[in-house]
Design a protein around this ligand. Structure first.
Ligand code: ADP
Length: 482
């Protein structure tokens, strides 16, 4: 036999179809696999022609056949093989000429199962994306419809709240208004998410005043920052042009999401927003934002799934702080729609830094000479990190003592006045300040917090003075020193 190895059992036992043919296209040999797959007796197979087996691929004329083999059969080629009963299947085939002889060897792998599988996967994917589309459309419609009645309730409650003179009733109506606002935030998040998922979200680019937008964003969070007595600072690179073109509303939404999280998860210390320009080429402006806080932080493991939808770091956080777990998933998609990236750097108990970039346009077009790329802006940002917060958190340090005294004084005043919400907030900020103390201190603080939560005056005062004693025992009398 021309190809020596064909005489061995290997040719017969291989899973590939093996055919040997001459330059007229007559088959001289077919292995056992070829005979079985093509449904021929082996001696009948050797009486077949290649153009009969490969009737879609090979021309039937002897001359045309060999020209085709020589010119078109280089490397692996997907072809169709016909069985004796005229049904067919797909193969990946290679042809090798035998040195010095006018015979050729064809090796073919049956890929029909793989192709069927791929087709099935494609069909399933199409079905899935169709049902995703339907689900997102349904969600978008329902949430849209939900907004109308909630806005209706809100409007009427606002009217009532303005008219009423009864302080108890006013308090109740304010709670209803607050609930309406929370509900609207959730509805809007779900609506945005459904739109983003179904690809229906469009970025609306218009000219806007960048500095005015930043002022508005910061002002929005002023009340929450003051309530928690956090230190808020803003650093904006003055090189950033005032007039920019982009989606102001969505940029505001990204910043609001990050800022409200930073404030929500920070009990003591600071929240800082910094904006720099990383690139300015012709009319394109790339901005880099960083929102940092000295809050509860996020562990490495938790950071990995932070930008996935409906992911909250843990269930106890949901109970304590509320939220849908959609904010960061939406934020990430919005950033990507503005051709940017978002990252987080954080350490549990030490605060977080969320940074993102976006590409906007400037009304003023620079020529090539004026254009600039500013690198390492993020490195520069790291240098400015606020070290004083570390000292604030270190139990017994001067900064820590001053902050402890301030908060303890306010706390006792809140308990005396029966301002339980305020007292609870202050107690949880104390927790962060005594974190690096010892377990006994933490237990005392917890007992006090529980008494405050139950609005029990006697018990709260008792626990307060026990905590005060424990602090004094460890770092001296805060109230009579100096
Ligand atoms: P939500 O809308 O529920 O706040 P997000 O997607 O905005 O959801 O945030 C998801 C989770 O990520 C939060 O529940 C919280 O556990 C964590 N997280 C986000 N920002 C911060 C931050 N600045 N500090 C600590 N944890 C954060």
């Amino acid at each position: 036999m021309e190809f020596e190895w064909l005489s061995s059992r290997i040719a017969d036992e291989t899973m590939e179809l093996v055919l040997v043919f001459n330059e007229h296209g007559n088959i001289l040999y077919g292995n056992q696999t070829a005979a079985v797959k093509l449904e021929y007796d082996r001696d009948k197979l050797t009486k077949c022609r290649m153009a009969q087996i490969f009737r879609q691929d090979f021309p039937n004329t002897p001359d045309g056949f060999i020209t085709f083999v020589k010119t078109s059969m280089k490397g692996v080629k997907e072809m169709t093989m016909y069985r004796s009963n005229n049904s067919c299947f797909s193969v990946n085939a290679r042809i090798f000429p035998e040195d010095g002889a006018d015979t050729y060897l064809l090796l073919a792998e049956d890929i029909s199962a793989q192709k069927n599988m791929n087709m099935r996967i494609r069909e399933l994917k199409e079905k899935e994306s169709e049902s995703n589309r339907a689900r997102n459309e349904f969600t978008a419609n329902v949430t849209h419809e939900l907004r109308t009645p909630v806005n209706g309730i809100k409007g009427h409650v606002m009217e009532l709240a303005e008219e009423t003179t009864d302080p108890d009733q006013k308090k109740t109506l304010d709670i209803v208004l607050n609930c309406c606002d929370n509900m609207l935030t959730i509805i809007n998040d779900i609506l945005d998410f459904a739109k983003l998922e179904s690809g229906k979200f469009v970025i609306d680019e218009k000219p806007f005043d960048f500095y005015e937008m930043m002022d508005r964003v910061i002002a929005t969070h002023g009340a929450a920052v003051n309530k928690k007595e956090l230190h808020m600072s803003v650093d904006i690179d003055e090189k950033i042009p005032r007039k920019l073109i982009g989606d102001e509303l969505r940029l505001t939404q990204i910043l609001n999401n990050l800022l409200s999280n930073a404030i929500k998860f920070t009990m003591v210390g600071y929240v800082n927003v910094a904006v720099g320009m990383t690139r300015r080429v012709n009319d394109e402006v790339e901005l880099f934002f960083m929102v940092r806080d000295s809050g509860i932080g996020i562990s490495q493991k938790e950071q990995d799934r932070l930008f996935q939808s409906f992911s909250q770091v843990d269930a106890s956080i949901t109970r304590r702080f509320g939220g849908t777990g959609l904010g960061l998933a939406i934020t990430k998609q919005l950033v990507e729609l503005m051709h940017g990236d978002i990252h987080v750097e954080s350490e549990k108990g030490k605060g977080s830094a969320f940074s993102f970039s976006v590409k906007l346009k400037s009304e003023q077009v620079l020529d090539d000479k004026q254009s600039q790329v500013y690198v390492n802006w993020s490195e520069y940002m790291k240098e400015g990190e606020d070290q004083s917060v570390d000292r604030l958190m270190q139990f017994g340090e001067a900064e820590n003592k001053a902050e402890l005294k301030k908060r303890m004084d306010k706390l006792v005043l809140s308990i005396e006045m029966g301002a339980w919400d305020k007292a609870e907030l202050l107690a949880s900020t104390l927790k962060a300040l005594i974190e690096s103390g010892d377990d006994e201190l933490k237990r005392r603080e917890l007992r006090m917090e529980m008494a405050i939560r139950k609005a029990n005056y006697e018990k709260s005062m008792d626990m307060y003075s026990k905590l005060k004693d424990a602090i004094t025992q460890r770092i001296g009398d805060l109230w009579n020193s100096e």
